[in-house]
Design a protein around this ligand. Structure first.
Ligand SMILES: Cc1ncc(COP(=O)(O)O)c(C=O)c1O
Length: 381
């Protein structure tokens, strides 16, 4: 849906929502939100959900109201967009190295409680200079590579980096050492419980090594933060992480639903959908109005919701629905019929839309309860 399309009105039946549209099932989303908040509470860990997933100040506020200490973002512009919409406790869980961008980070740190990750001495120096120039203070996590092979210093270097951060501590500098960032991204989507548990244990051993390195430098490590929807239950069991950054649990995309669910983790429901409509019918396929402009397929195709059949790409504006294996054209939706998609990957799907159409009472008989702007949509820098 975009600025030119007719906007749904509060109270409209779901069936009248123009397609394609990004729809949130509020009942399911609220159950997911409450389940994760209860999990964190009952395990005595802090929850700082990743807002890179939903990019919405409204949802961030709901998460705070349910007990989250704040939110994470991954980009400077995401932090700025959410701060402009009133979110005042944000962790930029990523490295920023560009000097002009660091000046924006430092300026934002004057307005809200802000934290950031670092993994190099050069990064710490640049951040320290930006913060000193702005006269602000910022919490700093030393990121350690706990298995992904993305950002993060080796665990053994954590003490030296922490020392470097502490050398710019207030009152002379503006960097407050806050702990260790330990996030294992590629572990999240390992399908089997046992594989994810093993990856989490490996990450935990590296995070412990980082804590030891920091301790050996004579510095207290206040917190280890990290964890995603695929590993948080294992991460908590290790006793290493004190703060969880999971984000996707709130919407549960198709890719996450393909994971085995750990026995110790809450069950989450699909809460994010793309509503589409059949605009053309062939003898053995139906064409819907939801292609790559409506949902992302970097993590695989969407699943048809409560309908047999498969989606394949028909290009930017089209999806092709085919009968399930062994099925026939009688299984296909009719011309004009609604088809609901569960996106393969929620974060980049959300990034394609200006707003959420929020529905109460289910996708079949529900009504529109609200439209929420996606403030950090398009904030890629
Ligand atoms: C640093 C960091 N923390 C947490 C998350 C949240 O993970 P998920 O949405 O898979 O729960 C991500 C997601 O990519 C991330 O990059």
């Amino acid at each position: 849906m975009n600025a030119g399309a007719p906007l749904p009105r509060v109270g409209d039946p779901v069936e009248s929502i123009d397609t394609p549209a990004l729809v949130v099932d509020l009942d399911a989303m609220e159950r997911n939100l409450a389940a994760m908040a209860a999990f964190a509470r009952s395990h005595g860990v802090r929850l700082r959900p990743h807002a890179k997933m939903h990019k919405s100040a409204t949802i961030a506020r709901m998460q705070r109201a349910a007990g989250a200490v704040g939110v994470c973002v991954q980009k400077t512009s995401e932090a700025e967009a959410l701060a402009a919409a009133g979110i005042d406790d944000i962790y930029l869980s990523n490295e920023v190295i560009d000097v002009a961008k660091l000046a924006r980070v430092a300026a934002l740190a004057k307005r809200i409680r802000l934290a950031i990750a670092v993994d190099s001495s050069e990064g710490i120096e640049r951040l320290a200079r930006a913060v000193a120039a702005a006269g602000s203070t910022i919490d700093v996590f030393v990121e350690v590579d706990v298995g992904h092979g993305r950002c993060g210093a080796p665990a053994a270097a954590a003490g030296q980096l922490a020392q470097h951060v502490v050398s710019h501590a207030p009152p002379d500098g503006g960097l407050r050492f806050a702990g260790v960032q330990a996030y294992h991204g590629s572990a999240q989507h390992l399908r089997g419980d046992a594989e994810r548990a093993a990856a989490s244990q490996h990450a935990a051993s590296l995070a412990r090594a980082a804590q030891a390195s920091i301790g050996a430098a004579g510095i207290a490590c206040p917190l280890v933060t990290g964890a995603g929807t695929g590993t948080f239950a294992f991460d908590v069991a290790s006793g290493v992480w004190g703060e969880l950054q999971a984000g996707s649990y709130l919407f549960m995309d198709r890719d996450y639903a393909d994971n085995d669910v750990a026995a110790s983790a809450p069950r989450f429901e699909h809460a994010l959908f793309v509503k589409s409509r059949v605009i053309s019918r062939g003898a053995a396929h139906a064409v819907i109005d939801a292609g790559h402009k409506s949902h992302a397929i970097d993590s695989g195709p969407p699943r048809l919701w409560q309908r047999a059949g498969t989606w394949t790409s028909g290009g930017d504006e089209h999806g092709i629905v085919r009968p399930p294996p062994g099925g026939d054209s009688g299984d296909l939706p009719a011309l004009g019929e609604t088809v609901w998609l569960v996106p393969g990957h929620c974060d980049p799907t959300v990034n394609l839309h200006d707003r959420y159409v929020c529905v109460r009472g289910g996708l079949a008989a529900g009504v529109v309860e609200a439209l929420w702007p996606i403030e950090a949509r398009g904030c890629v820098a």
